[in-house]
Design a protein around this ligand. Structure first.
Ligand code: PMP
Length: 381
């Protein structure tokens, strides 16, 4: 059966070069980086060279990169330690953040005397910057947590503007950049972000590995206790092959960024044009048909389908070999609707099926033709 993978915001296929680099490490560098013999020293030196190289792609220093098991752990480490160890007693966030952030903050609220403010989001999924300014006036030890690229609707936050607003108001700034790192240039010398979370599997790297950028001298403390790995900030033997895979994936992402952005953006542009032609009543959630204001990797559509038919649609697409997502992958197995779409869509549109299609360099226009054809057929039937 023909299969099409349009769920690259959930996870991406690993690059061949990433797999090769990981296999090589698994065969040749099995030493524990904490061991003082030659096997250990060789693994340690690999981990440290990856840290340095990864840091260089986002203009950070090696000491500011802490490897984690992925984006969720990086978000947890940053948010939980900021409240527990830095005296943060006010978090400003939005209702359209990923659950790795929202559920962590909910838990922190139960454990600490913490005030949580939600910045207004308009019907296109844009953060209201003037409301953020007002919230920042609240006199407290504040941390702002806003994501770089929204994983469900693709809106892009102006990191520089928010980072400067935070600095002007003495607030810390954390950004979940899981959908941004490897897809956009981020210069952490230029933008005063305090904390950032990234995950390798979103940029053609391995799953179960990511990193937290923690700006020098911020004083975060570990969540996981044990050994002295990761400068004492994250205990546990380093996943050397995963770290090497992350470095290789980020290297290829940034070495080829311009050409690959053009390629994937071209696919999105073609998808938007073709689907509008095939299904003229289609609506785009947020700004996801906007090629500049929304990420080039994804499109979120609201289909003109009766609610009775809605639940069957993803299932029918799956039967046709098409992988895409209702809301985000973390929810696709659950009956709950998307908390992001619930914030921005009318009740009527929430009854209709919304689907996220997300693209990568491994997709083609021919696949788009197939998917658009199948969607039209299903809707007309
Ligand atoms: N934040 C965002 C925006 C994401 O898209 C994801 C992955 N769905 C995560 C955090 C969680 O990352 P991980 O799967 O690496 O834990």
């Amino acid at each position: 059966m023909k299969t099409v993978y349009f769920d690259n915001a959930a996870t991406t296929q690993m690059r061949e070069e990433v797999i090769t680099s990981m296999v090589e490490v698994m065969q040749n560098n099995f030493g524990n980086p904490s061991s003082s013999h030659g096997f250990g020293r060789s693994s340690k030196s690999l981990v440290e060279s990856c840290r340095k190289e990864i840091a260089s792609y986002i203009n950070a220093t090696a000491g500011e990169i802490i490897f984690t098991s992925g984006g969720t752990e990086a978000d947890n480490l940053i948010l939980r330690s900021a409240v527990r160890d830095l005296g943060v007693n006010h978090i400003i966030t939005s209702k359209i953040e990923h659950h790795a952030v929202l559920h962590t903050i909910e838990q922190l609220e139960k454990e600490h005397d913490l005030k949580v403010s939600f910045v207004d989001v308009d019907s296109n999924g844009n953060i209201e910057y003037t409301h953020l300014e007002t919230l920042l006036e609240f006199k407290a030890n504040t941390l702002v947590s806003l994501m770089h690229v929204n994983n469900e609707i693709g809106n892009i936050l102006d990191l520089k503007q928010v980072a400067h607003l935070c600095k002007e108001n003495g607030a810390l700034f954390h950004t979940d950049a899981v959908q941004g790192v490897g897809h956009y240039n981020i210069d952490l010398q230029d933008i005063p972000i305090d904390f950032l979370a990234a995950a390798a599997h979103k940029f053609h790297g391995p799953k179960g590995v990511g990193f937290a950028f923690i700006r020098k001298n911020t004083g975060l403390k570990p969540l996981i206790f044990g050994g002295e790995q990761e400068r004492g900030l994250r205990a546990g033997t380093e996943s050397v092959h995963n770290i090497v895979g992350s470095k290789t994936a980020l290297k290829y992402a940034y070495d080829n960024l311009e050409a690959e952005v053009e390629n994937v953006k071209g696919l999105k542009e073609y998808f938007v044009k073709e689907i509008k032609k095939a299904i003229p009543e289609i609506k785009f959630n947020g700004l996801s048909d906007d090629l500049e204001k929304s990420t080039y990797t994804l499109v979120s559509v609201c289909l003109p389908v009766h609610p009775d038919k809605a639940t069957m649609l993803l299932f029918q697409l799956d039967l046709k070999g098409i992988a895409c997502s209702k809301g985000s992958a973390c929810q696709s197995g659950s009956s709950k609707g998307s908390h992001v779409l619930a914030e921005i869509l009318s009740d009527e549109d929430m009854q209709k099926p919304s689907i996220r299609f997300s693209f990568s360099i491994y997709n083609t226009k021919e696949e788009i033709n197939y998917v658009v054809g199948v969607l039209k057929e299903l809707i007309d039937s």
